[in-house]
Ligand binder design. Structure first.
Ligand code: SF4
Length: 348
């Protein structure tokens, strides 16, 4: 049986014109005392122009480390040990990001200008001693030759576009004068002010209440629709994924275990972990004594030495699951699953 995946073949070349970022076989390790712990294990994905890729998984599955590796924002104890990251920039420029050191001219030109990031916690990410306007302008003036007056006008216009009332006055406020939702909008303004090709949103609504969550997601959608921005949405919230994603990468313990279009993953989930995540989503009006949960807890990242990382929580474990590295299987064009059930023709 030839189930083994070959993800980039000649027929996919046309599709590749659409790709703005590709990550191939990325490995990242952390040094903890004398131990080296691999937290990202051969992750691959692609980001398409004007589309949203959702990277989904529980806390600790390696979603944020993957993105920090791509952007070379790892802490000193983290190290990329293998992989290739390519950014297809404005005007067709190809930048092999994996070749540049974190503080190189090329990397600095991409970060903030071509790829913007909204970090998880706006309270911790904004500098309390600078005004909101100063923080937006700083990013702009780092990347563009522009005077302070013009930069301020652009900052005000961006805040207005993001729905901040009385933006010309509020641009001079400090972060503590902004509400939670306004702070998150300010973070989006900093990320969007240079009109990046890609916007990375790392759990952008975790710290916000549901009404603000909805507003922020609507806003990001609008920015995508009007500016053609590609979005990488990092989240554990399947509801958000259903609303926003065109492509989905499901991560578990450092690996992408399922990858495909939103339709492929939602309609035809083939990995037991993806199937479990989908079953765990509460449905309005559904009467059940207990919510579905995936049994057990996630093992620590260095606990599973061999075989499938999901073995301890899977209802379908087979002998073959306990050996080696589980291969990637292609179940449909662009739909990859890392699970031996595919070879057995079993659906979870
Ligand atoms: Fe379960 Fe085996 Fe598939 Fe892993 S490879 S998810 S243990 S069936």
């Amino acid at each position: 049986m030839t189930y083994l995946i070959l993800r980039v073949d000649a027929d996919m070349k046309d599709l590749k014109r659409d790709i703005v970022l590709s990550v191939e076989n990325l490995h990242t390790s952390f040094q903890v005392g004398r131990r080296t712990i691999e937290v990202v294990k051969g992750v691959s994905f692609e980001v398409h122009r004007g589309k949203t890729l959702a990277i989904v998984g529980e806390s600790g599955c390696g979603k944020s480390v993957t993105i920090h590796s791509v952007m070379k924002l790892l802490p000193p104890q983290g190290r990329i040990t293998a992989g290739k990251v390519t950014y297809y920039g404005k005007n067709g420029r190809v930048l092999p990001l994996s070749e540049y050191p974190p503080y190189s001219k090329e990397m600095r030109a991409v970060r903030g200008r071509e790829i913007g990031i909204i970090f998880q916690d706006p309270m911790a990410s904004l500098n309390p001693v600078y005004t909101i306007g100063d923080q937006i302008i700083e990013n702009l003036r780092q990347h563009e030759r522009i005077g302070k007056k013009e930069a301020l006008e652009r900052a005000v216009a961006m805040l207005q576009r993001l729905g901040i009332p009385d933006a010309a006055r509020r641009v001079h406020d400090y972060p503590h004068q902004f509400s939670g939702g306004m702070k998150q909008r300010a973070m989006i303004a900093i990320a969007m002010i240079c009109n990046p090709q890609i916007l990375i949103a790392d759990e952008p609504t975790t710290a916000l209440d549901v009404t603000i969550q909805a507003q922020i997601m609507e806003l990001m959608q609008e920015l995508q629709d009007t500016g053609g921005t590609s979005i990488i949405l990092i989240t554990h919230n399947m509801g958000l994924v259903a609303e926003m994603a065109h492509y989905i990468a499901v991560m578990y313990l450092g690996r992408v275990v399922e990858y495909g279009t939103a339709e492929q993953v939602f309609e035809d989930a083939r990995h037991p972990y993806t199937a479990g995540l989908l079953k765990s989503v509460p449905v309005l009006g559904m009467k059940k004594d207990r919510m579905y949960t995936i049994r057990g807890t996630t093992p620590s990242v260095d606990e599973v030495k061999e075989g499938c990382e999901f073995t301890s929580r899977c209802d379908y474990v087979m002998e073959s699951c306990r050996k080696g590295v589980i291969p990637e299987y292609l179940v449909d064009e662009g739909h990859m699953v890392r699970c031996n059930l595919v070879a057995e023709g079993i659906r979870p």
